[in-house]
Design a protein around this ligand. Sequence first.
Ligand code: CP
Length: 323
Amino acid sequence: MKRLRSRHVLGISYLEPEEIVYILDTAEALRGILERPIKKVPPLRGRTVVHLFFEPSTRTKLSFELAAKRLSADTVGITSSASSVVKGETLIDTARNIEAMKPDVIVMRHPMSGAPHVMARYVNSAVINAGDGTNEHPSQALLDLMTVRQHKGRLDGLNITIVGDIAHSRVARSDIIAFTRMGSRVTVCGPATMLPPDAESLGAMVSYNVREAIRDADVIIALRIQKERQGRSLIPSSREYASFFGINADTLRDVRPDVLIMHPGPINRGVEMSPEVADGKRSVILDQVTNGVAIRMALLSLLLADPSLSDGKESDRGEISEQ
Ligand code: CP
């Protein structure tokens, strides 16, 4: 495989398993650059990446920016509060104006599900979805796959349990699609008010009992309670949530000794996860963050350049099919 089928990365749902493996292998090859004293290679020299973040972000925004800089791309960015969106500009007008400046890639986070798909319709640049509403967060799912593959050596036949606010989580949605597509079993667990009606149609099993859900898990992914996306309170209190669904030393008493503990961040310490577990020996949360830079380097290089970075040669961009 030489390139991805689509010129956009809008969701895991559009990626075939072999494309996912190709992205993970490319990210593994690029990860070494992050360990070098001089963390910069030339393949995206002269390319421009625009970062549009219409929602807060620490990990995704910084790692996309670092990924672009590590590959020598020019980067510029804007947040919604500093953009003309606050003056009433529509998403389509924003898209047309950005396109008029001729960037190569637009990395976009937006509170509205489907916003990056709208952007992709109006621009010639490649669009990468950095999280849209409750829909998808594809680069997060890819970095989660990369982290699990590094630690478990495979992605098939594993038991993955995702605990928390599944209904409002684009990470959960992308992870369910990603892990099932790669041959693992996914169980989602949380209060009934936080489980989506379509979890089973996505291929996940549903549990309301955290101890049962994690007993045979190879990987536990805890998610944040997303108060900003819940129209009303879905749990009586954070304390009650922590006592029923929080991942702590007590809930982990009967789990597999080699279980991996993951969290996309940001963590509400003491709510979805205790500090001892977040910082404990089974936690790979900071590996996820490091892998996030490598995955985003892989996405940029596969969309824009020849992935064989060793000689820094660039290939033609060419035209590839729309998704
Ligand atoms: N995992 C994640 O999307 O984190 P940020 O919101 O900080 O980007």
